[in-house]
Design a protein around this ligand. Structure first.
Ligand code: SF4
Length: 98
């Protein structure tokens, strides 16, 4: 599972950092960022702003996303990604009888 924050919508209230400081951090600008392996990923909108979530924090990260007043914590699950990948080729290979 991966998580990212849309910093444009973050209110900086710190709910996410209160509940899961291992994954979220507020930097000097007063806005929340995700972190991975202890490092803040402070490249809003960039590919480096997507953090892998350790299994033991998945539940609390989902709860943070649900409680975030800015609605700006976005979670991507591995299952959703797999569904998206398998649907395309299967559809394109479908053969219809004459
Ligand atoms: S809970 Fe949401 S709005 Fe609040 S600091 Fe975290 S990301 Fe920002």
């Amino acid at each position: 599972m991966r998580v990212w924050i849309d910093q444009d919508l973050c209110t900086g209230d710190g709910i996410c950092t209160d509940h899961c400081p291992e994954v979220f951090v507020i930097l000097e600008d007063g806005i929340a960022y995700v972190r991975q392996d202890g490092l803040a990923l402070n490249d809003p909108g960039g590919s480096q702003s997507l953090a892998d979530v350790p299994d033991r924090f998945e539940q609390v990260v989902v709860e943070c996303s649900e409680q975030c007043p800015g609605e700006c914590i976005f979670v991507e699950s591995d299952d959703e990604l797999l569904v998206g990948i398998s649907a395309g080729p299967a559809e394109s290979l479908r053969i219809t009888p004459d």
